[in-house]
Design a protein around this ligand. Structure first.
Ligand code: NDP
Length: 240
């Protein structure tokens, strides 16, 4: 059997698309998110689904050790779970900033801490952190989201350097706009409208969650000696 792949945020969007593609290729999976029923409904083979909030480091660790007891050590961790609550600093509820920093940054670090020592010892393994194009360039109404995603870009780059001597890959994937449930969590309807107007103004967003999943799987399946350190992937028609 292939080695264990752990995917956070697998109940929707990129995570769900990755789960289907990896399962179709025979990888055993641990899928994590809060809506466990969405992951179970996929009914994928050799797959353990656990209701885990990535900010809960203990629950995260427990789920990983449960899956490793069945499928062996984690060879790929995709830290994909994330939230995007758009707003400006002067208008947005600080609880929304906190939520994004907790889930998008600390949730990623929780996952990394769980698998890194084992990967170091085995001198093998891959961690792929899903950041965003908003983790390398600014966008209006994205201040706290950018803070979280620049954070992911930064911590991934540091960990990549630290893990390189141990033959462990640490990559960031920085997608542009892709239609998923992500925008739906923003609480200000005017910002949602403005975002959708922007998407229309750039032409079309034809890129899909499946395209992002295919790219992540491709990066993982390259030989361990090949590290696509940072992948910025957008719709061809996205101008910014
Ligand atoms: P979705 O909203 O479709 O999926 C987000 C996933 O994250 C869901 O499965 C959700 O599951 C999970 N999640 C959210 N909070 C938590 C939490 N506290 N603990 C565990 N799981 C959580 O969005 P996408 O698929 O688009 O987003 C995936 C990643 O890609 C995110 O990090 C996002 O920031 C990033 N991204 C997305 C872009 C886009 O345009 N779509 C562009 C750039 C980056 P549940 O609610 O069941 O817990």
């Amino acid at each position: 059997m292939k080695k264990l792949v752990v995917i956070t945020g697998a109940s929707s969007g990129f995570g769900m698309a990755m789960a289907k593609q990896f399962a179709a290729d025979g990888y055993p999976l641990l899928l994590l998110a809060r809506r466990v029923e969405k992951m179970e409904e996929m009914n994928l083979p050799n797959t353990m689904c656990r209701k885990v909030d990535v900010t809960d480091a203990k629950a995260f660790e427990l789920a990983v050790s449960e899956a490793e007891a069945v499928y062996g050590k984690t060879d790929l961790l995709v830290n994909n779970a994330g939230v995007m609550l758009l707003g400006s600093i002067e208008e947005q509820d600080p609880m929304e900033w906190k939520k994004m920093l907790d889930v998008n940054v600390l949730g990623v670090m929780n996952g990394m801490k769980i698998v890194m020592n084992d990967m170091k010892e085995r001198k093998s393994g891959t961690i792929i952190n899903v950041s965003s194009i908003a983790g390398v360039q600014p966008f209006g109404n994205h201040a706290a989201y950018c803070a979280s995603k620049y954070g992911v870009t930064g911590l991934t780059a540091v960990a990549r350097g630290e893990m390189s001597a141990h033959n462990v890959r640490v990559l960031s994937v920085n997608p542009g706009a892709v239609a998923t449930e992500l925008l739906g969590h923003t609480t200000d309807p005017n910002i949602i409208d403005a975002y959708n107007d922007w998407k229309e103004s750039v032409g079309a967003v034809n890129i899909t969650a499946d395209d992002v999943a295919t790219t992540i799987k491709f990066a993982y399946e390259l030989p361990q000696a090949v590290s696509l350190r940072q992948i910025i992937i957008t719709d061809t028609m996205q101008d910014a």
